[in-house]
Ligand binder design. Structure first.
Ligand code: HEC
Ligand code: HEC
Length: 207
């Protein structure tokens, strides 16, 4: 409890002084990313398990924010618990800058025509009767996200990772969108398992 509190308040201090520090340095981030490669791959885009996300080419603002939340346990990722202990705010910025500087990778959708058409319809137009907003409004028509707003790229992620995330938002288990008014929980709340599976497959190959 005490240690947890100390870690959170140290992180808070680091965040306050963060404004005065330089932006992320990709070269400094690269040095620290050696341990990350064990799970996320040497190129940041070949995780050792399909439920592990690609980091390469993801926008820096999103990566930095997720790293802060993972470090403070606001976004709970058991496998990453030990990975960020002792990292300063600058370390997190450097890691985010490094992964953002790497080229992203896009795979291919494996679903049949019907599944791809369903996903494309939702991605571009949402589902009006269920109040599901069009994904492309925030994640861009290519799925590349919106770097200025810190909205993540969602294309090229392994489908199993995307299924897990959309399901976790829907079930209220992932709450990292709290500072943004719970917008992803709102969107995912209206999706069925079939729609989530179709979207995840489609996004894997979108570019
Ligand atoms: C033992 C395996 C493992 C190691 C080592 C590891 N990660 Fe992860 N990481 C994961 C898993 C698994 C997830 C996704 C879990 C989930 O939410 O389903 C993840 C998620 C992330 C995310 C969130 C990505 C997104 O799209 O939201 C970031 C950022 C990240 N890791 C960065 C790092 C960095 C930087 C390091 C090295 C300091 C690292 N990871 C080391 C397993 C690992
Ligand atoms: C109003 C804007 C908005 C809309 C509409 C939206 N998203 Fe998101 N999405 C976000 C934001 C912001 C985040 C990051 C939230 C966080 O930090 O957890 C996010 C996160 C995600 C993630 C997790 C990315 C990762 O790397 O872990 C996935 C997957 C995703 N969105 C898919 C979708 C899909 C599919 C749709 C349409 C059904 C959609 N989004 C609609 C704003 C939006």
């Amino acid at each position: 409890m005490q240690i947890q509190w100390l870690r959170v308040s140290l992180l808070g201090l680091a965040m306050v002084s963060g404004a005065a520090l330089a932006a992320g340095d990709p070269d400094a981030g690269k040095m620290q990313a050696i341990v990350c490669a064990a799970c996320h791959g040497q190129d940041g885009a070949t995780g050792i398990d399909p439920t592990y996300p690609n980091l390469a080419g993801q926008n820096e603002a999103y990566l930095y924010k997720q790293l802060q939340m993972i470090a403070s346990n606001e976004r709970q990722i058991l496998l990453m618990t030990g990975q960020l202990i002792g990292k300063t705010d600058q370390n997190l910025r450097d890691l985010a800058a490094y992964y953002a500087s790497l080229p992203g990778k896009v795979g291919e959708a494996a679903g049949d025509d019907e599944s791809v058409a369903l996903a494309e319809r939702i991605f571009r137009g949402g589902i009006l009767e269920k109040g599901v907003a069009a994904c492309s409004a925030c994640h861009a028509p290519t799925g590349a996200g919106n770097a200025a707003a810190g909205f993540p790229a969602v294309n090229g992620q392994p489908a199993a990772y995307t299924v897990a995330q959309l399901t976790a938002y829907r079930e209220g288990q992932r709450r990292s969108d709290e500072s943004m008014g719970g917008m992803m929980r709102g969107v995912a709340g209206g999706l069925t398992d079939t729609e989530i599976a179709a979207l995840a497959d489609y996004l894997q190959g979108l570019h």
